[in-house]
Design a protein around this ligand. Structure first.
Ligand code: SAM
Ligand code: SF4
Length: 319
């Protein structure tokens, strides 16, 4: 079992399958000096599967595919099919900007993907384009119902809240849960990848978000799933749930249960630290073992994060 030096049980692996993206979200698409990774630097499907199998053998249970935009990775359903068959992996999920769900959703479901997170920061068409750099609000909004129709369960919406951009829409976004059985999750803006927009002044804390939502109606805590960093609530008469994620105002490092694999095959113990272990010499030159790398990652996992900018942009870490 993977238990780190502070007794944290590690059972969740987030794998970035590409650093490419068709969006340029203002909070993510940062560090313009970061060049696209060359093809040969990117982990191949067999390599990802090997890592996932060792993770599962060591007690890992959950895997999420992310990026960049994971649906830009060609034949992603092939990888999903392989990962979904690994004994011990009980939860396989994916985070997407939703743009390609119409084309790929069915294939993903058939391949064994159980659940999905879609990022959506606004309900306003113009603002959507301002935030993401692409005019695709309708397409992305439609992908929520599509994901529900395809039977992904749960379907979660990730919303990064930034002062001056979308804090005026918190209530409207949360109200999506009145009619749809989805979980809308509000995430505090994090300083990843030298983001010139990031400033403590631009953070809306989950405390402030909660206050806005409670003015509408009392939030009832939901303890049915306590495995992740989100605190889950529900309005009494709503079909869906609301998640509040506070990496900044109330960090949850003491119960962090995850490791990350970057697109170019680095095992990253903490989102906020560029301290990584390169798995490619193990995978491609037989130098050392993946087991040793996982145990080293446990030792390197910091007790808590500092609010340092990371060298890598979010899309090359795997958010
Ligand atoms: N492209 C996919 C998407 O947008 O869902 C997956 C990758 S994206 C990096 C994963 C998640 O990270 C998204 O929900 C995004 O909103 C979040 N994210 C990116 N930059 C962030 C930041 N600076 N602070 C908080 N969340 C961030
Ligand atoms: Fe692309 Fe996702 Fe980053 Fe937006 S948040 S730029 S969609 S990787």
């Amino acid at each position: 079992m993977l238990v780190d030096h502070l007794g944290r049980k590690i059972e969740y692996l987030r794998i970035s399958v590409t650093d490419r993206c068709n969006f340029k979200c203002i909070y993510c698409y940062t560090n313009q000096n970061w060049k696209w990774l060359p093809h040969e630097e990117i982990l191949r499907f067999e390599e990802i599967e090997k890592i996932a199998r060792v993770f599962a053998k060591l007690g890992g249970k959950r895997i999420r595919l992310t990026g960049g935009e994971p649906l830009l990775r060609r034949n992603i359903e092939t990888l999903i099919e392989k990962l979904s068959q690994i004994p011990g992996i009980i939860d396989l999920s994916l985070t997407t900007n939703g743009f390609f769900l119409e084309e790929l959703g069915e294939k993903l479901k058939k391949a064994g993907l159980k659940r999905i997170n879609i990022s959506l920061d606004t309900l306003n068409k113009e603002k959507f384009e301002k935030i993401t750099g692409i005019s695709a609000f309708e397409k992305v909004f439609k992908s929520i119902d599509l994901a529900l129709d395809l039977g992904f369960d749960p379907v979660k919406i990730n919303t990064v809240v930034i002062k001056g951009f979308n804090e005026d829409e918190i209530l409207e976004l949360a109200k999506l849960t009145l009619e749809k059985p989805i979980e809308v999750r509000f995430i505090e803006f994090m300083p990843i990848g030298k983001n010139s927009l990031w400033d403590e002044k631009h953070i809306i804390t989950v405390g402030e978000i909660k206050a806005i939502l409670e003015r509408f109606s009392e939030l009832i805590p939901d303890f049915s799933f306590g495995g992740g960093p989100a605190k889950i609530f529900k309005w009494k008469f709503a079909k869906g749930k609301i998640g509040l994620i506070s990496p900044i105002s109330e960090h949850f490092c003491h119960k962090c249960n995850r490791l990350r694999i970057t697109t170019d095959g680095r095992l990253r113990p903490c989102l906020f630290s560029d301290n990584e272990i390169n798995l490619k010499p193990i995978l491609r030159e037989g130098k050392g073992t993946l087991e040793e790398a996982f145990f080293l990652a446990l030792k390197l996992k910091p007790a808590k994060h500092n609010l340092n900018f990371t060298l890598r942009p979010m899309r090359a870490i795997g958010g």
